[in-house]
Design a protein around this ligand. Structure first.
Ligand SMILES: [Zn+2]
Ligand SMILES: [Zn+2]
Length: 265
């Protein structure tokens, strides 16, 4: 049995959980160790099943709890060389045998599955997304994307389930009086974050090429809301002739709570 869910998703912190018969992994660890353990227990998931955490990039909303989680549970931590360099000063001591270095584009095995990393366009040292190949399905995580680059599209196309960024509404962002212009430009840039509209276009492409479950994530707390993200993708899918609920499921990952639990035989 395969179980996948997000524990936290959004600019405030990210972590997702993927379990196979051989063990479980976390994808990012962007909340405190206690918050992550509490959320696993709330979702009736077993922290002792965890074997590893794969990191997408060194921004704090993805690594906040990595050091304490790795030490407490003896987890292998997997990240690119650039990500290791970027998070070295925040994760504390992680023994050499728990450190795994990968190159973007490299595939490796963890918890009984093949994991393929792929480069993503984002303003971090050496950021990656991941696709997990399970016996009868595959799951991809593609957030923190300035744009849905051809390399990302190629890496995630055909995945049964995609956690896809739907970060912001560009108008809300532009009108936000609390964000300086430099930050707005960063988010809107080619190495920033995917807007609702860009996420929706990616969702249409994915649904047309075999994806059956779309989970929108990494929503901005100030420049988005879950209803708006959902409606934008729903409208684009409907316009493209896909029936949500029949051809593809569409969910929005919760910011602070475990969302929908995907179970696959
Ligand atoms: Zn980031
Ligand atoms: Zn992020």
């Amino acid at each position: 049995m395969i179980t996948f869910c997000t524990l936290f998703s959004g600019s405030s912190g990210n972590a997702a959980y993927l379990e196979t018969d051989a063990g479980a992994i976390l994808i990012d660890c962007g909340m405190s160790c206690k918050q992550i353990l509490d959320s696993l227990i709330d979702a009736k998931l077993e922290p002792s099943r965890l074997r590893a955490v794969v990191i997408t990039h060194e921004h704090s909303d993805h690594i906040r709890g990595v050091g304490p989680m790795a030490r407490k549970l003896g987890l292998t931590v997997c990240a690119t060389e650039g990500t290791w360099a970027g998070m070295e000063h925040t994760v504390g001591t992680i023994p050499a045998h728990q450190r795994m270095r990968i190159d973007p584009g490299e595939s490796f095995f963890l918890a009984g599955m093949e994991v393929a990393s792929f480069a993503i366009p984002h303003d971090a040292n050496e950021p990656v997304g991941y696709r997990f190949f399970l016996p009868r399905a595959s799951i991809a995580v593609a957030t923190d994307l300035g744009h849905f680059a051809p390399g990302v599209q190629a890496a995630v196309t055909g995945a049964d389930l995609v956690l896809l960024e739907s970060n912001h509404d560009p108008d809300k962002l532009r009108q936000n009086p609390h964000y300086p212009a430099t930050l707005k430009n960063r988010i809107l840039g080619k190495k920033g974050h995917l807007s609702n509209e860009s996420g929706a276009q990616a969702a249409v492409q994915l649904a047309a090429t075999g994806t059956r479950h779309l989970l929108l994530g990494h929503l901005s707390s100030e420049n988005n809301d879950p209803d708006l993200a959902y409606r934008t993708s729903h409208a684009a899918l409907t316009n493209a002739g896909a029936v949500v609920g029949r051809d593809v499921t569409l969910q929005v990952a919760g910011r602070y709570q475990t969302g929908y639990l995907y179970r696959m035989a």
